[in-house]
Design a protein around this ligand. Structure first.
Ligand code: R5P
Length: 297
């Protein structure tokens, strides 16, 4: 694809290289860095005239990433790029999808406006669709969504026998049920009440029928790991073996990974949407497919 170039925000170079090889697209030259005072510096060294640009930027830490993202897309357009597409395997700000308390900013909508103004299209993986049912409800640019269930189901098929799936809250049913359908596994869904940023209260249905099976927790995001740890505590109380914890997005805020490791867990597995030591499930084939659809849209 001679008319397309790939650029990456810092930290996304590996994924950019893998996409470049599979799509047979060159990687553009750019310097994106911070000055000592924290301001961003962006310089594009490639000729981008009339090119379509794939900008790879997973958005696990969106606030400091947003300005370099904006400066990069804007300078690419100023230099003559025909279109700039955001490839964000993790799309941030999807969880504050309503005003839970008076006066709150609905940041899912605010963020979608900023991204829609800056880019010509979007590819992402499992955006946290809950009260918003489709990205097109808030994003005004073409968006292509990859669902992780294919990768998760394949990994489970190869690594776990005689399991049952557990989703920690009602919204997890969409991805847990899709994995269950592929793997022909039973699943249960818990009720979750969020008490604070880090604390949740869970109600587990009767799971005694699954004694002897291996518990597999599946969620889209591990942030503080509070949801996973609370679920593990419930499994411990009921005498189940240490579970496998699977998440699409390894956000792992603060020391969440260490806390989850210290819980009674067999293994922690995530998809490669955010680089992390737990990335075992590679979604590149699905992402490349979505990028190709976006480029031919
Ligand atoms: C929220 O509903 C998401 O699907 C996850 O369950 C949530 O983000 C996990 O957060 P934490 O790891 O902080 O419990």
């Amino acid at each position: 694809m001679n008319d397309t170039l790939i650029f990456a925000l810092p930290g996304n170079e590996n994924l950019a290289k893998q996409f470049a090889e599979t799509l047979n697209v060159d990687i553009g030259v750019a310097t994106i860095r911070r000055f000592p005072d924290g301001e961003s510096y962006v310089r594009v060294g490639s000729d981008v005239t009339d090119k379509r640009i794939l900008l790879i930027a997973t958005l696990a830490d969106p606030d400091p990433q947003y300005l370099p993202l904006l400066y990069t897309t804007n300078v690419l357009k100023e230099l003559g790029a025909k279109a700039v597409y955001l490839i964000a395997p993790y799309l941030a700000y999807m969880r504050q999808d309503k005003r839970f308390n008076p006066g709150e900013s609905v940041t899912a909508k605010e963020f979608s406006k900023l991204i829609s103004q800056a880019f010509n299209g979007l590819v992402t993986v499992d955006p946290h669709l809950h009260r918003i049912h489709d990205l097109s409800e808030i994003y005004t640019i073409p968006s292509f969504v990859v669902y992780a269930e294919g990768g998760i189901a394949l990994w489970l098929e190869q690594h776990v026998e005689n399991g049952f799936l557990i989703g920690p809250d009602s919204e997890s049913e969409q991805w847990v049920s899709r994995v269950a359908a592929v793997n022909h596994m039973p699943y249960v869904i818990l009720e979750k009440e969020r008490l604070s940023d880090r604390e949740v209260k869970l109600t587990m249905p009767d799971i005694s029928a699954y004694q002897g099976r291996h518990p597999i927790l599946v969620d889209d995001i591990i942030s503080t790991a509070g949801s996973m740890i609370a679920t593990i505590e419930q499994l411990n109380e009921r005498g189940f073996e240490p579970p496998t914890c699977i998440a699409t997005h390894a956000v792992f805020a603060e020391d969440a990974y260490e806390k989850l490791q210290a819980a009674n867990v067999k293994q922690i597995v995530t998809c490669n949407t955010i680089p992390h030591v737990t990335n075992q499930i590679v979604l590149n084939d699905w992402l490349v497919d979505a990028i190709e659809k976006l480029l031919t849209y």
